[in-house]
Design a binder for this molecule. Sequence first.
Ligand code: MF3
Ligand code: CO
Length: 249
Amino acid sequence: MGIIIKTEEQINLIRESCRLLAIVHRELGELIRPGISTREIDIKGDQLIRKLGGVPNFLHYQGYPASICVSVNDEVVHGIPSKRRILQEGDIVSLDAGMIYKGYHSDQARTHAVGQISPEAQKLIDVTRESFFAGIKMARAGNHLFDISNAIAAYVKPFGYGIVRDLVGHGVGTKLHEDPQIPNYQQKRRGPKLRPGMTLAVEPMINMGRGDVEWLEDNWTVVTQDGSLSAHYENTILITEGEPEILTV
Ligand code: MF3
Ligand code: CO
């Protein structure tokens, strides 16, 4: 299939999709508090996406049953919202949401604190976020894709956290998942050359313990094998001639 270089017109539509998605994320972030169910977050997110003129792209994606992925504590990604899952003080919760706007996808994830959390949990969230920024420093035309992967891995390494290897970032466009796959761990090869007009979802998933994950019986929820906490930070970015543009802002 190959990596699709977007035209100016396509970029403008992806940019708009991403800008609207960032609004959804900001509003959902403000809902996070002890006592809310993960289903309430999903309902609100679905409503917001539609109100802004978009369609939730996760809903029914390969059979996924909700619009927002809500993953609590040791859940890494793809947690299924439930009215029985109530957020508790001290939890961390990852929200992954995406939308389609005028045919173009956007994808973004954030991990939030529920009330007061431990300094250790906060540090995991902060390091995961900072690893994204370390990665995209390398996201420049002329560099290679795996320069991003290697920079994320190098940033995380001194903290001793586990990098999730079973899930990766990806291209974004008229489909949610386009080429290339973007690993968050050290690569031996350089990968494809980065070119202006590539739109990429860069999304480190970092565990406090080991990087190994497993799937729950629901066939969606990815959890850490050792039960440790996990954080996620994702933006859709655009490769330009210079600095990358973070589109989901
Ligand atoms: N946001 C996820 C990703 O980054 C995709 C979620 S698909 C769903 O690749 F079906 F689980 F929603
Ligand atoms: Co993604």
